[in-house]
Design a protein around this ligand. Structure first.
Ligand code: SAM
Length: 301
């Protein structure tokens, strides 16, 4: 039986997507996602991990747009967590969609980088790896328990260029300024729903969407304030609803001297994409390989 939360989701999707897209989204919601991981290049190499996969009879596939990403064919997350390379932080279990924002962000050594909603730290540590621990990364997280998890993952992965700031990012002092910001905002998770789970609509609700949208807008406005002029930020969510994505970006840009930077990414043709209401932004359709995800890049003039 459909509950009110699912009826609400269907209504939202119908306002935004055509029948063909909605069918694809529901196929994605119904399929089991494969296990994927990222090699932590601070502690290991792709070649070493491939050798261990061979020794452990782990079957995998490469990912066209990342040398560090692997799709695992014959092991589940629990089995991978038993491996030494997991325990010592040489690999990090991370969805493919979640690896996209740091890559699209193009972080550079020596930059002051802010990750505004950081825990458990998948993207923070990926930024540290992409910059070979040579950037100054501030990872902000307001939830106590999640901040602990963030610290644990940073330590485990040897991301020693990261400073954890346990704070509500909405209150970051305007006296700070950054060369690059990632805002991987809290969201309703409408891109990650799994309809095989009886609890799929336990958390997703109109109330959560409304609360998330409000926080997202405040956070994005703050990000635009503390980004240095001429520099770029990446806004992402694991929602596919325009009210948490395109509409937030549009509202935040109103009256601000900033513009959307069209996302250019070598793997873009490999992604299952949905239409977006804002040119230059990217929305990934959920399927067996990808979670639903939205990404926008913004430059402050
Ligand atoms: N970027 C993370 C990663 O890749 O591992 C996932 C981030 S998750 C989508 C959003 C996080 O933002 C949650 O851990 C949540 O506790 C945190 N959060 C929510 N509101 C926040 C705020 N106002 N200030 C700081 N952190 C916040």
């Amino acid at each position: 039986m459909e509950d009110n939360n699912e009826i609400f989701l269907k209504k939202k999707l119908k306002q935004q997507y055509n029948d063909d897209e909605i069918k694809k989204i529901y196929n994605g919601y119904n399929c089991k996602r494969v296990v994927t991981l990222r090699v932590n290049t601070i502690k290991s190499t792709r070649e070493k991990i491939k050798k261990i996969f061979k020794d452990e009879n782990i079957e995998y596939e490469n990912v066209a747009w990342s040398n560090e990403a692997f799709i695992i064919k014959n092991k589940n997350e629990n089995q991978l967590q038993e491996l030494e390379i997991y325990k010592n932080g040489e690999i990090y279990l991370q969805s493919l969609s979640s690896m996209l924002p740091p890559i699209i962000m193009q972080p550079q050594a020596n930059e002051d980088i802010l990750d505004m909603a950081a825990a458990p730290g998948g993207k923070t540590t990926q930024i540290a790896a992409l910059t070979e621990n040579k950037a100054n990364i501030t990872a902000c997280e307001m939830n106590n328990i999640r901040a602990e998890k963030l610290r644990f993952n940073i330590e485990k992965q040897g991301a020693n260029s990261v400073y954890v700031m346990q704070k509500d990012s909405r209150n970051i002092d305007e006296y700070f300024s950054f060369d690059r910001i990632l805002l991987d905002a809290p969201c309703s998770g409408s891109g990650t729903l799994n309809l095989n789970d009886v609890n799929a609509f336990k958390y997703f609700s109109p109330k959560l969407v409304e609360k998330s949208s409000k926080t997202q807008l405040t956070l994005l406005k703050k990000a635009l304030q503390i980004l240095k002029p001429g520099k770029e930020l990446v806004y992402s969510t694991c929602s596919i609803l325009a009210c948490e994505n395109e509409e937030i970006v549009k509202k935040a840009l109103k009256g601000v001297n900033a513009e959307i930077v069209p996302i250019e990414f070598e793997g873009i043709n490999d992604l299952p994409l949905l239409s977006t209401k804002l040119e230059g932004t990217l929305c990934v359709c959920p399927n067996e390989l990808y979670e639903g995800f939205f990404i926008a890049k913004i430059r402050k003039k």
